[in-house]
Design a protein around this ligand. Structure first.
Ligand code: PMP
Length: 417
């Protein structure tokens, strides 16, 4: 008799029977409002009819074509559709299966394209769980402790975390850019630095929007030193922040972009895009994989991008995100130990603190559990585990956000009284 490994840390006891839109129907007969979306994946909601139809149709045509053996239509179509939304000049796309794999592909490309070894990451970033991706992750030691040695050549610089530093945003940005300049003078010389890797909004590291001025400052330094700027849009991309890409809140454009999660509504596929010139610096065969760019996932990806466009889901994310953030800030006024509420689009983080202002992971964990009691599914995040994050689907309605806010407040009340 086998059972699942205890290494899986279960956030809820829910066993799903089926799901639709923003709702999960448990085998316990309960109906849960899903503000986790498989960690920001089911962008068009669970089982969107158009995505289901596209996947069903593709399954009957070819499931696995192996893109280095025979090319298939869905991947060509997905590449064409992605071309409509990718930043200007990023006209060459490589596909993998997961966010971590795409992060690795981006790092490999940056090293090959520059001939330089080092990567600079920013404190609190989450980039995945494979050894290379974990080496780039600074969202908590649980992601890397115990299996050293990690990949060499990774240097961490400060993230402009205004709330944590007790600074206003402009001062936090100025501080973090000074730290980066200092790092380039003291630890990794520009001529040894291949890339800056950053999320446009920290995901697992605490749901903190990256200040646009910081993104712009990175672009400026990348241009000055010939360093590739890589945006990890795995969690913040595909409409989630109320723009198609999270970085579009700033003026900065990436040299390499990474996408996964929401791109195919739950089917595994990821991609990186760069200019053909940059992509050509990696020789044919240096990147690849058996399952990358799967035909059913690609078909679901095409349907996902169509649904996002047809149903105006980027704008919906912006509007419903504003509603969610305003509601959460209102709730915060009734609970003094909610230290900080922040968000961008449909990414919101609620930080729980002790009366002395220090992180209170126990309360965040208790609130997250209490939301399940209220039939609202949420997750925690942040290096100190004291942030509850809300990640509704991009199709979420005004009424569903209102219900979610009511259930969230009931859960906070149940814990904090
Ligand atoms: N980058 C970011 C920003 C992510 O949020 C994640 C997943 N949480 C990853 C990379 C890794 O993706 P995956 O779990 O698909 O490997």
């Amino acid at each position: 008799m086998a059972s699942l490994s205890p290494v899986l840390k279960q956030a809820t006891p829910v066993v799903v029977d089926h799901a639709f839109g923003s709702w999960i129907f448990g085998t316990d007969g309960e109906q849960y409002l899903d503000f986790t979306t498989g960690i920001g994946v089911t962008s068009t909601g669970h089982c969107h009819p158009k995505v289901v139809a596209a996947a069903r149709e593709q399954v009957g045509k070819i499931i696995h074509a192996q893109y280095t053996t025979v090319m298939h239509k869905p991947l060509l179509e997905l590449t064409e559709k992605l071309g409509e939304v990718l930043p200007a000049g990023l006209d060459s796309v490589f596909y993998a299966n997961s966010g971590s794999e795409a992060v690795e592909a981006a790092i490999r490309l940056a090293r090959m394209a520059t001939g330089r070894p080092n990567i600079v990451v920013f404190q609190g970033g989450f980039h995945g769980r494979t050894v290379a991706a974990a080496s780039l992750t600074t969202a908590g030691t649980k992601f890397s402790a115990g299996f050293a040695p990690l990949m060499a050549g990774v240097h961490m610089s400060a993230f402009p975390h205004a709330y944590r530093y007790g600074m206003d945003e402009a001062s936090a940005v100025a501080f973090a850019l000074r730290e980066l300049d200092y790092l380039l003078k003291t630890r990794t010389a520009p001529e040894d630095t291949a890339a800056f890797l950053i999320e446009p909004a920290l995901g697992d590291g605490g749901y903190i929007p990256t200040p646009p001025a910081f993104m712009d400052g990175l672009r400026d330094r990348a241009d000055r030193h010939g360093i590739k700027l890589i945006f990890d849009e795995v969690q913040a991309g595909v409409g989630r922040t109320g723009k198609f890409w999270g970085h579009q809140h700033s003026h900065a454009a990436p040299d390499i972009i990474i996408t996964a999660k929401g791109i195919a509504s739950g089917f595994p596929i990821s991609a990186i895009a760069a200019s053909t010139e940059t992509m050509s610096k990696a020789w044919p065969g240096s990147q690849g994989g058996t399952y990358g760019g799967n035909a059913v996932s690609a078909a679901a990806g095409v349907a996902t991008l169509e649904v996002i466009e047809e149903e105006g889901l980027v704008e919906n994310a912006r509007l419903r995100g504003n509603q969610m953030l305003a509601g959460l800030k209102e709730i915060q006024t009734r609970f003094p130990t909610i230290g900080n509420v922040r968000g961008i689009g449909l990414m919101a983080g609620i930080e729980f603190t002790a009366p002395d202002g220090t992180a209170d992971a126990a309360t965040a964990g208790a609130v997250q559990q209490a939301t399940v009691e209220q039939r609202l599914l949420t997750l925690t995040c942040g290096p100190e585990g004291n942030v509850v994050r809300l990640i509704p689907a991009l199709i979420v309605t005004e009424a569903e956000i209102a219900t979610g806010l009511e259930r969230f407040e009931a859960a906070v009340s149940a814990v904090l009284g």
